[in-house]
Design a protein around this ligand. Structure first.
Ligand code: ZN
Length: 119
């Protein structure tokens, strides 16, 4: 018998830390990627169509191949996925389940917000 109560409790409280996708972490460990190898590397929360932060996206681009490896938790449907695509900006990953474009918030804007929050 499965505990259905525990599942119901967790709904609406999904945290990015609970992400089950670890493709990029594994890739980094396997290839011994160091920061100087990276053209771009980010790990952010991502926004759904209402501007609410309910998913996450991590993107890694190596200088040598210019390929964006991205793993995400879709903020719209909660799907966890991984994709590799050509690196371009502005960058977004497309949810393979619902087709939502998961964009990476602009770093400058995020920093401004954090500074306003008193950091
Ligand atoms: Zn989705």
């Amino acid at each position: 018998m499965r505990l259905k109560t525990a599942q119901a409790k967790g709904q609406g409280k999904k945290r990015p830390e609970q992400v089950g996708v670890r493709m990029i972490a594994e890739f980094i460990a396997k290839n011994r990627v160091v920061p100087s190898d990276c053209l771009y590397h980010t790990n952010r929360s991502s926004l759904n169509r209402h501007g609410k932060s309910s998913g996450s996206i991590r993107v890694l681009v190596l200088k040598k191949d210019n390929i964006a490896r991205s793993e995400y938790v879709c903020p719209e449907c909660g799907h966890k996925g991984y994709e590799e695509s050509a690196w371009k900006r502005p960058f977004y990953a497309k949810c393979e389940k619902c087709g939502f474009r998961i964009s990476v918030p602009k770093l400058k804007e995020q920093i401004k917000k954090e500074m306003k929050a008193g950091k």
